[in-house]
Design a protein around this ligand. Structure first.
Ligand SMILES: [Zn+2]
Length: 436
């Protein structure tokens, strides 16, 4: 890992958030960084950094009634984000996504309570917008004019859109030939400077570290950035608002592993603020051939062993060396959750199931949470009456090619003046039933 530190852009200042102090803390050695340097990892041990708050002061400041009177977007909960001045935020009205009760899925899986948090409803079609609104706002506060990330696709789409909104230059590094069409299209139309890297996401991430280290005027906005990851904890605040408490289980796909720890942090904060009485089990799902955290969890290892050649149809979680693996494992252990892996076939079946039974179209990585739920039901690892929320992270239109490739598309063309549409439909129905 490259050490990646530099001094502040606008001189040093203390982290004062709405007149509340906060600081950075290393998740490995516990060192605290009181002043806000442009710092991504610990100076001493290169561990990941987490932002810590004085929750007693936050509790004095927040009011559920105030929250209820604001629009249902991420910034409804503005007091819990480390932003200096709310009037200067960069936003596209992200967050406020729906929590859909899935009664047909409940019947199929014989479970009492399943909801899907549909993150495809965010402005660029994925949960990444939550982190990006905070990350880009921070970039502006710190005086940057250029932002960069490595991406399997969704982060680059979000970075490009929010950078455009803020008037910043954006650079995205993507793995060559391995990015879904919809995501690439978004990065292009928002004007990002796109560089393809020969190699996978892990190599693109190393390259963007090097780029930002040798060019300290570029702000890194991958999930290693502790401010970006703060935005993603808003998923927990919204689920609390929508359910009135925390659910028993949260299932979500795990790629670079920032989201699972961010959502867990959100629930822990809600408990510290006396807003919820229980905490959910965090259940992370990886793709079978990109599952280093699952392996570490099942073998009770303290460290992951990276997958050198990760491979899965779910490109958003095609990551062999997740940067936030330690935070993710901490979230799983602390919440008494677990990790499981699913095959590409299980992912595609789950994608079709959710689309055909519930009308919710998600990209393959998102379907991993549904595939994981099906698997753990089969393994009797979940109580029938548990409240379970599956996070589906990105919209299905992000990756249309995969649907065409996996759907046995057999279009029948007829001449409506000569042929019977009823006959054609009957043939089509038979063909569809055979394919199921
Ligand atoms: Zn450290």
């Amino acid at each position: 890992m490259l050490l990646f530190i530099r001094s502040t852009v606008n001189g040093s200042y203390w982290g004062i958030m709405n007149q509340l102090e906060y600081y950075l803390e290393c998740v490995d050695c516990g060192i605290k960084y009181q002043s806000i340097e442009v710092l991504y990892i610990c100076k001493k041990c290169e561990g990941l950094l987490d932002i810590k708050y004085d929750y007693e002061k936050i509790a004095e400041k927040i009011s559920v009634k105030t929250w209820q009177n604001r629009p249902f977007t991420l910034w409804r909960y503005r007091e819990i984000f480390p932003v200096e001045d709310y009037s200067n935020i960069i936003t596209l009205n992200e967050g406020g996504t729906s929590l859909q009760k899935c009664e047909r899925l409940e019947k199929i899986l014989n479970l009492g309570n399943i909801c899907v948090k549909n993150e495809g409803e965010n402005p660029t079609g994925s949960f990444k917008d939550r982190g990006m609104t905070v990350g880009i706002t921070k970039a502006i506060e710190l005086g940057f004019h250029t932002v960069a990330c490595a991406s399997t696709g969704n982060t680059s789409a979000s970075l490009a859109a929010y950078a455009a909104r803020a008037g910043l230059r954006s650079i995205v590094l993507i793995p060559s030939g391995k990015i879904a069409l919809g995501k690439l299209t978004q990065a292009i139309i928002h004007g990002a400077h796109i560089v393809q890297i020969k190699g996978n996401f892990d190599e693109a991430l190393r390259a963007v570290f090097q780029l930002t280290q040798s060019n300290p005027n570029i702000y890194l906005l991958n999930s290693v950035n502790p401010y970006r990851i703060e935005g993603q904890k808003s998923i927990a605040y919204e689920i609390y608002t929508q359910l009135g408490n925390a659910p028993d289980n949260i299932l979500l796909p795990v790629g670079n592993a920032g989201n699972i720890s961010a959502i867990w942090k959100g629930f822990v904060e809600l408990q510290k603020l006396d807003l919820i009485t229980n905490l959910p089990h965090m259940i992370g799902i990886q793709a079978e051939n990109a599952a280093p955290i699952v392996t570490a969890f099942k073998k009770r290892r303290e460290n992951i062993r990276p997958t050198l050649h990760p491979e899965t149809i779910a490109t958003a979680i095609r990551i062999g060396s997740p940067i936030s693996w330690k935070k993710a494992l901490n979230a799983v252990y602390d919440s008494k959750g677990f990790m499981e892996k699913v095959t590409d076939d299980e992912i595609i079946s789950a994608q079709q199931l959710l689309a055909r039974q519930e009308g919710i179209f998600v990209e393959p990585a998102s379907a991993a949470s549904i595939a994981g739920l099906k698997k753990i039901v089969d393994m009797n690892l979940i109580e029938k009456d548990d409240k379970t929320v599956c996070i589906v992270t990105g919209h299905g239109l992000k990756d249309p090619d995969i649907v065409i490739k996996t759907s046995n598309l057999n279009l029948i063309e007829i001449d409506p003046l000569q042929d019977s549409i009823a006959n054609a439909l009957e043939q089509k129905t038979i063909a569809m039933e055979r394919s199921l």
